[in-house]
Design a protein around this ligand. Structure first.
Ligand code: WT7
Length: 637
């Protein structure tokens, strides 16, 4: 198998981009011909950003799992689809050929059906990075159920909020997950979440860590028992459900500038075509490749570039359960050496954390199989870029800096490996089908180069967010109402003299901590839940490894006996309400916050203080009580 729509030269890229903008329907219609549809579309694209309403391949029917699995059975039934590397390097790795994956997915699709899961039902998946997670995701897609994967770092409260929002009646989880030296009791967390979610009918539990769990009669069942029932019944096949191109494929919750996460909805047809197209072109993948994306399937990167992109392209996706520093900081390099990985796709935060260990862990590891390196999730600083280039790619592997979002489903701005030029810290050029533009704060387009502005997209690409689950108006106001008739990304960007884009970071109240999105309002709400907290304000500050750290200013009226203990209690509260990933790095107890006369917190000042810029705070004359600023400055952490 090769990819007829793989771009092979810089001129080819420019020609494809031009065609895609002049004739999007012709462009994507041709690409879509290379997939398996049960029925072809009536119209390639129908859209307006005002409602918004975006429909790709409307009228077409398909099942994404037939494109990710079944269609490869003719030519590569015995090639590896998924290789799994366990957390503990001394445990056995596992491998699934396309045929074995087909068998496992069909088997588990039968389990879902036997447990009452039907097309359109929402199924929450809360598991560690084990092959059964990918199998569960694909089995949901096979039966037409809408999966909603929740990252293991979220708390019971966060899970409950998401279960309610999605009205999910089914859960797939494990007893526990291994991450480095830690053993995370996932089923216990689910049990806590379910105290307030009595509508949940069924919890399917896979045993992995063998930690003790409670199993509630009538609600909880073991994955293995359910598989045995399917085996006994004899026929493991599961004909894929017929889905319309615009039927939802999954919901994935992500943070915004309000306190409540949004359920981003992607649909079957467009998402499939776009993740495949970007996978094949950005990474210049080859069918025999071993593709190692280090993300977790709990995030969009894992959905698009561990599961759907690589499998729809028929490559081998390497899934890693653990963390980069366990048992030591050479783990990624050991894995690349062991499996002869061709493409490594990771986050700048991981590169920075590994850089800090020096070159010792890299020495003696054979990285010569690597052909392409990628980064995602946050801006990459030049130092990390060069370290990655020199010590991992040995200056022979192009680095793709891929900019995109949960809402965009796939990569929107990136160089193409070895095809279009890279430039350190620049995502560079848009994918075919993507027309970025910069606007000023009034929404007026800035047409020149060498400018910064708010990054927008002019027209839909096939994996555009379709709605926010259960609240379409929220989707409109969040993404399509800031600037008329444009998709607004929430990011700022600089465009250089060649038209290359450099993402400068969020322009809204959203933080990017280790490549994870966290809303400041969400963290503030969680802090304010702590007894004794009167008010809080959360901002980001530059962090050497995480990119951004979380800095919280807290007015606390409880007993101030032991400040350190108070901070720990606040941290524990945040961990309980959102999850360990949102724990503040710094908590400064203050007596007041800088507010304008109308009561608005002046975050600009707090941001500057958190960044350590205490001298030039700008105009503070509009503050109700300017002396607050000095107090905060003096007790800065
Ligand atoms: C936000 C989206 C895309 C999958 C992982 C994160 C930031 C993402 C880059 C990049 C600079 C980047 C943006 C974006 N971001 N990639 N290559 N360079 N910034 O997905 O959680 O939806 O976050 O991550 O700020 O808006 P997400």
């Amino acid at each position: 198998m090769s990819y007829p729509y793989q771009i092979t030269s810089e001129e080819g890229y420019h020609a494809a981009w031009k065609k895609s903008i002049e004739d999007p329907e012709g462009f994507w219609g041709e690409i879509a011909e290379h997939f398996e549809w049960k029925r072809k579309w009536d119209k390639v694209l129908d859209w307006n950003f005002r409602e918004p309403s975006v429909k790709w391949f409307d009228g077409a029917q398909l099942n994404i799992t037939e494109n990710c699995i079944d269609r490869h059975l003719k030519t590569k039934a015995h090639e590896p689809a998924i290789i799994w590397e366990p957390n503990d390097p001394n445990d056995h790795h596992r491998m699934f050929t396309y045929q074995q994956l087909h068998f496992k997915v069909c088997q588990f699709a039968n389990v879902l059906k036997n447990n009452g899961v039907q097309k359109g039902d929402r199924v929450c998946i809360y598991m560690g990075m084990i092959p059964e997670l990918a199998i569960a995701v694909l089995a949901c897609a096979r039966v037409g159920a809408i999966h909603s994967v929740i990252f293991g770092g979220f708390s019971a409260q966060s899970i409950a909020d998401r279960l309610k929002d999605a009205q999910a009646e089914f859960i797939i989880t494990c007893d526990g997950a291994f991450r480095g030296a830690k053993d995370i009791p996932l089923k216990n967390v689910i049990d806590d979440a379910l105290i307030s979610c009595e509508f949940v009918k069924r919890v399917i539990v896979y045993t992995h860590t063998r930690t003790a769990v409670s199993m509630i009669k009538g609600r909880d069942v073991w994955w293995e028992d359910e598989i045995r029932k399917v085996e006994t019944a004899g026929n493991p096949d599961f004909p894929a459900e017929v889905m319309n191109a615009e039927d939802p494929l999954f919901i994935l919750y992500t943070s915004g500038s309000t306190g409540k996460p949004k359920g981003v909805v992607h649909t079957c047809g467009g998402y499939m075509v776009y993740t495949n197209y970007t996978f094949v072109n950005v990474f210049q993948s080859q069918p025999e490749d071993i593709h190692f994306c280090t993300a977790d399937i709990g995030w969009i990167t894992g959905h698009s570039y561990i599961v759907y992109g690589p499998l729809s392209a028929g490559t081998t996706s390497l899934m890693f359960e653990g963390i980069p520093t366990f048992p030591d900081a050479g783990r990624f390099w050991d894995i690349i050496d062991k499996y002869k990985v061709n493409i490594l796709y990771t986050a700048p935060t991981a590169i920075r954390s590994l850089m800090a260990f020096g070159l010792g862990p890299v020495h003696g590891k054979d990285l010569s199989s690597l052909r392409v390196l990628g980064t995602v999730g946050e801006p990459i600083n030049e130092e990390a870029w060069h370290w990655y280039d020199e010590h991992i790619g040995k200056k022979k592997c192009p680095i793709v800096d891929t900019w995109w979002q949960t809402e965009t489903g796939g990569i929107l701005i990136s160089n193409m490996a070895g095809i279009t030029p890279s430039k350190p810290s620049y995502a560079t050029l848009p994918m075919p089908g993507v027309e970025p533009l910069l606007v000023d704060d009034k929404g007026v387009e800035i047409k020149e180069n060498n400018v910064t502005g708010n990054l927008c997209i002019r027209s839909p690409w096939p994996a555009t967010i379709r709605t926010t689950y259960g609240d379409h108006e929220r989707c409109r106001t969040n993404y399509f109402a800031t600037y008329d008739n444009l998709y607004f990304t929430g990011d700022g960007a600089y465009r250089d003299e060649n038209g290359y884009y450099r993402i400068t970071g969020r322009v809204d109240d959203v933080l990017n901590v280790s490549g994870h999105r966290i809303g400041t309002a969400e963290v503030e709400n969680a802090i304010n839940m702590h007894a004794g907290v009167v008010e809080s304000a959360v901002v980001g500050f530059p962090h050497d490894v995480k990119g951004q750290g979380i800095y919280a200013y807290v007015i606390y009226s409880g007993s101030h006996g032991d400040e350190e203990m108070t901070r720990r209690d606040i941290t524990a509260t945040v961990s309980r309400i959102i999850g360990p990933i949102a724990k503040p790095d710094k908590i400064q107890l203050v007596t007041g916050l800088p507010k304008t006369r109308s009561g608005k917190i002046m975050r600009r000042i707090l941001r500057k203080i958190a960044e350590g810029e205490v001298e030039n705070l700008g105009d503070t004359s509009t503050l109700l009580d300017p002396s607050v600023v000095d107090q905060i400055k003096n007790s800065r952490l």
